[in-house]
Write a protein that binds this ligand. Sequence first.
Ligand code: CTP
Ligand code: MG
Length: 237
Amino acid sequence: MSRTVALVPAAGVGSRIGNGCPKPYRRLGQRPLIGYVLETLGECAEVDRIVVIVSAEEQEFCREKIIPTCNLHKPWQLVVGGAQRQQSVYNGMKAIQGLADTVVVHDAARPLISLQLLQECIFEAKKCGACIVGVPVRDTLKKVGERDIIDKTIPRSHLWMAQTPQVFHYDLLWNAHQKALQEYFQGTDDSVLVERLGLPVKMIRGSYKNIKVTYPEDLLLVESWLVEEKEQAEEEP
Ligand code: CTP
Ligand code: MG
């Protein structure tokens, strides 16, 4: 039987959003940001277990005050993260060694993950080894050099912005992390580590609403989309 484990990196300090409260625990409507993520992972029948990766200082707070409010009806555990996101994911991978065939990585700071997209990403990754969600770049891209002068314009026709969920066969992501560790390579997502193995990673088109809450204004955007979603749900017969 295939076992799928979701890793939820939530051990960051949220330096760009400020305010002292790390992003996963910032409230949006009735719930903390991470509550939206755990709800969707909880609803996803393909996910057997959820591992939330937290900082050592927030471990107790998360266990006592956050998870119990999230209505999680499947096995879960907390794992202490590291200084960088990559290290946090690696700690999660270590904790589930031998327990997972497929691993789903999804940031705690992306509350608007859709269940359908998550399922599609898992389906594709099971088939081909690695699949991530992203969206085509919309703006024109400039490479800017010395004294803020534009060096060149980069054609965007093949450029996408990577998001999470990112889903992999466990062994593949494990090997990718090992290689990165040995070579002191730090990436900003998990896909790049697999790409460095020379293996194909499939991209599927996600949603522009699946933003990573990074700056304070992002919270306002997510909040307005949540209100919109709620209104639409109420209108449906
Ligand atoms: N994350 C993590 N461990 C780290 C750093 C980040 O688990 N050492 C998590 C964050 O909690 C977040 C996700 O990875 O859910 C994406 O990271 P990012 O948006 O960069 O969050 P922070 O690192 O918390 O924010 P900042 O970079 O502004 O400090
Ligand atoms: Mg960060």
